[in-house]
Design a protein around this ligand. Structure first.
Ligand code: HEM
Ligand code: HEM
Length: 196
């Protein structure tokens, strides 16, 4: 395989460029989302948060970008599943795998519920001037209820999992000193076999 193609794909000792772009784009969006959410909640709508919010997209825009990324990302993960770095053995490996699966489910469910509510409450949702969810002006209660009940609690659950995930990545790097973080952020090595 040519070297350029080999760096796109995952290998057992590191993630390739495509997986990394999906991962770091979603990481940027979600870390930004939670920084602003926590800021609004604890600092409020002051000059500081209004200043901070100029540096990134709005809440709904972030959510739509996250849900748009998750579907191709899941397909790419399935396609690369057998050549990706293996999860650790035992309970820690199974836990990491379950958290990764929960990330996919929540990146889909949290914004999708909000978009469903935007249809259900008749107000619709516009992204960059494009009517992504049509504005019907008609309320449909059963499409509003799931987001009213679940959007915020599931999202805060996602935030807690992300905090744990980042803490584990740093613990691997600075306490265990292994190559788990380097698989996602280190050099894109190409094995001789893959480059052939
Ligand atoms: C990754 C995607 C998303 C995350 C992590 C997220 C997170 C959250 C969180 C944590 C809250 C509660 C804030 C609080 O407790 O003070 C919230 C509220 C809200 N979000 Fe999102 N959100 C996402 C996507 C969206 C999208 C796509 C929309 C609109 C189309 C949206 C609309 C709303 C609205 C209207 C509220 C206030 C009502 C409520 O609490 O349910 N969100 N969001
Ligand atoms: C700055 C924050 C982050 C750091 C330092 C980080 C670090 C890492 C590392 C080192 C891995 C490889 C783990 C392994 O090989 O076992 C990984 C994988 C993964 N991370 Fe993160 N991560 C961050 C943010 C996020 C966020 C916000 C999400 C989404 C909710 C996320 C979702 C995933 C998923 C699903 C995987 C498995 C590989 C994949 O399917 O893409 N990460 N992360």
């Amino acid at each position: 395989m040519p070297r350029a193609a080999a760096v796109l794909l995952d290998t057992p000792d590191r993630y390739g460029i495509v997986s990394r772009v999906f991962h770091w784009a979603a990481a940027y969006l979600l870390v930004w989302q939670f920084v602003t959410l926590v800021g609004w909640r604890f600092i409020g709508d002051g000059a500081l948060m209004r200043g901070v919010s100029l540096f990134g997209p709005y809440h709904g825009t972030v959510g739509v970008l996250v849900v748009a990324l998750v579907l191709p990302r899941a397909l790419w993960a399935l396609r690369n599943n057998r050549r990706r770095p293996a999860r650790g053995a035992g309970i820690a490996g199974r836990l990491a795998q379950s958290v990764h699966a929960a990330f996919y489910a929540l990146m889909l469910a949290v914004p999708a519920l909000a978009l469903l509510r935007a249809y259900g409450n008749g107000k619709g949702y516009e992204l960059w001037g494009f009517p992504l969810v049509p504005q019907t002006g008609r309320e449909i209660a059963w499409l509003i209820l799931p987001a009213d009940l679940l959007h915020a609690p599931l999202a805060w659950g996602l935030g807690v999992l992300i905090a744990g995930h980042v803490a584990m990545a740093l613990a691997h790097r600075f306490a265990r000193r292994d190559d788990v973080l380097a698989r996602m952020a280190g050099p894109l090595r190409v094995s001789a076999r893959a480059a052939r």
